[in-house]
Design a protein around this ligand. Sequence first.
Ligand code: SF4
Length: 56
Amino acid sequence: MEHQECANHSIECTVTQCQNHCGQENFCSLHKIKVGTHEKNPSMEQCTDCLSYVKK
Ligand code: SF4
């Protein structure tokens, strides 16, 4: 996937290891993302995942 320069200030993100991370600022460069969970009954923030993550 091609790296995008534009930070989407509606999606703050600190996962700099993701291909979709803006780089200079802690924001995602996508227009929208999908969030999901790997748990049956998510009970804390660690139970949720960004499903739009792409390995760099
Ligand atoms: S796709 Fe998800 S993990 Fe990747 S930069 Fe955007 S919000 Fe962060």
